[in-house]
Design a protein around this ligand. Sequence first.
Ligand code: VGL
Ligand code: ZN
Length: 238
Amino acid sequence: MNTFPRRTLLKALTGAVAFGGVPLAAFAAAPKPDAKSALIVVDVQNCFVTGGTLPVKDGEAVVPVINKLAAGFQNIVVTQDWHTPGHASFASTYQGKKPFETTKLSYGTQVLWPDHCVQGTDDAALHKGLLLPTAQIIIRKGFHKEMDSYSAFDEADHKTATGLAGYLKARGIKTLYITGLATDFCVAWTAMDARKAGFNVYVIEDATRAIDLNGSLAAAWKAMAAKGVKRIQSADLA
Ligand code: VGL
Ligand code: ZN
């Protein structure tokens, strides 16, 4: 990671296209969270950490980072991947399909996963180490059997809303800091939909971990940057 004082550099170089080959937009100066900010904790569940059904490498490492961040937030939203048995995103639902292959569903290409985060199982429970005293709502997603939902805002048809945007707007929230699992799937889709809904959006990179399937992590950062999602580190808020 680059150790230059980013805020100073940003001030000095505003208008320049790039610094050391890294686009300036990559160095986001992050405002301190306030009453109009929320921390979004995406899918920090047993299924996505070591010992779970769809483990993200080093997934549990986000827990202490998120707990530390949480102390600075008056508003925290937690999400939970919450699938039916036989869910449309499970490879086991289709004859002859293996995990990490894809299939075409009514709303587009669907990556097929191992069975994971089945409703009510211990695998789907939130990680026990999370310490989030100001968490106020849990958004469950992926509970429609025929449709996946990586995003906490809109399901995979890009039409069915979870209601999270309305909730946040009703609470006067303008800025979201997104953390959790996995960077290149549920975190990225949540961050991009949050931009679409009009929020200022920061993804806190070291408070996420990725699946990285066929280059999906690099693609996700690129897609997020194109939508105006800012990439920061937890130290930027310290
Ligand atoms: C996720 C794959 C399948 C995630 C959820 O939380 O990123 N990834 N379901
Ligand atoms: Zn899932």
